[in-house]
Design a protein around this ligand. Structure first.
Ligand code: DAH
Length: 339
């Protein structure tokens, strides 16, 4: 009997030492000390032991039980300590490490350029207004002297919602909205998104931004247009910037022109930036067509005005020397945060 107990004890201790997890230890406890455990079985077998030997055997069983329990408790305490230590190591916070940066957004080059343009015109007494991106054919074309069969309509092929409603191809329609309000004089710029059925490439996108400008008052002449836009160019690209007006055609202005600015990289002598031209095309402009004024109930004999349209992306690309428009739309913070 004594040998049997020694054997059981030795086996229990062996299994305890082999256990690698708490639930394994528990299994060992159950299989030796549990109700159906081996040691319990020995106690149950006491009825076969001679009565005078029972106290002694009982004592031995108890000793074995205590020994196994002691080893079990020790093993459990050990294991728990190790687990706790591992957890502490895993969760340790090194307060000397630099903090993780919270990546907030960054102002987009378009936004920076727009705010610069707004600042310049607000400084000249202009108001900033907005118009709808979903527009009636009338405002986008008709009222701007672009009738249904006009070729300019083809050039600005766009996204039609129905035959009457479309995504605006230009911000020029905001001119009409402003003039229709009947409050004169007008001095406004209207920035906003426009849409054209263009393929994406380095200089085109189906959606981009323009800034429209409109001045209507008595005695406004082409000299006002030139002076205003020359001042704008200087503020935007630098004091030494020169401007040049080339005759052009827009249906809603007469006369019309395109304005170039002297290259702010080479000063006009010609470089890679201006493709050797010395000049960079920057906007379309002109004196508001009398027909357009009349359609907006403004008497062209009493009031005249000028208008212009600038591409916002074009300004951002030039100002920040970005050579591919697509970069503006990818919203990669690594790119954007450079500006
Ligand atoms: N809307 C014209 C375009 O998209 C730009 C433009 C040219 C606007 C002349 C004007 C203007 O107001 O007078 O090409």
């Amino acid at each position: 009997m004594k040998e049997k107990l020694e054997q059981i004890k030795a086996e229990a201790i062996r299994q305890i030492n082999e256990s690698e997890a708490l639930d394994k230890l528990n299994d060992v406890r159950v299989s030796f000390l549990g109700k159906k455990g081996e040691l319990t079985a020995v106690l149950k077998g006491m009825k076969d032991v001679a009565p005078e030997d029972r106290p002694k055997i009982g004592q031995l069983v108890n000793d074995a039980r205590e020994e196994i329990e002691r080893v079990l408790d020790e093993a459990r305490a050990n294991m728990e300590r190790k687990l706790r230590e591992a957890k502490m190591r895993a969760e340790v916070i090194d307060v000397t490490l630099p903090a993780q940066r919270n990546k907030v957004g960054h102002r987009h080059p378009n936004t920076i350029a727009l705010e610069e343009v707004e600042r310049i015109f607000i400084g000249m007494g202009y108001e900033v207004v907005e118009g709808p991106e979903i527009e009636k054919d009338y405002y986008n074309f008709e009222a701007l002297n672009i009738p249904a069969d006009h070729p300019a309509k083809d050039e600005q092929d766009t996204f039609y919602i129905n035959s009457d409603i479309l995504l605006r191809t230009q911000t020029s329609g905001v001119q009409v909205h402003e003039m229709e309000k009947g409050k004169l004089p007008i001095r406004m710029i209207a920035p906003g998104r426009v849409f054209r059925a263009d393929e994406v490439d380095a200089t085109h996108s189906p959606s981009f931004h323009q800034i429209e400008g409109l001045v209507i008052d008595k005695n406004i002449t082409f000299a006002d247009l030139k002076g205003t836009l020359a001042e704008f160019a200087k503020e935007l690209f630098g004091e030494d910037t020169k401007v040049k007006f080339r005759p052009h055609h827009f249906p809603f202005t007469e006369p019309s022109a395109e304005m170039d600015v002297s290259c702010f990289k080479c000063g006009g002598s010609g470089c890679r930036f201006c493709k050797g031209e010395g000049w960079i095309e920057i906007l379309g402009c002109g004196m508001v067509h009398p027909k357009v004024l009349r359609m907006c109930n403004i008497d062209p004999e009493e009031y005249t005005g000028f208008a212009f349209g600038v591409g916002l992306e074009r300004i951002a690309l030039l100002k920040y020397e970005i050579d591919d428009m697509r970069l503006l739309y990818e919203n990669d913070i690594r790119f954007l945060k450079q500006f």
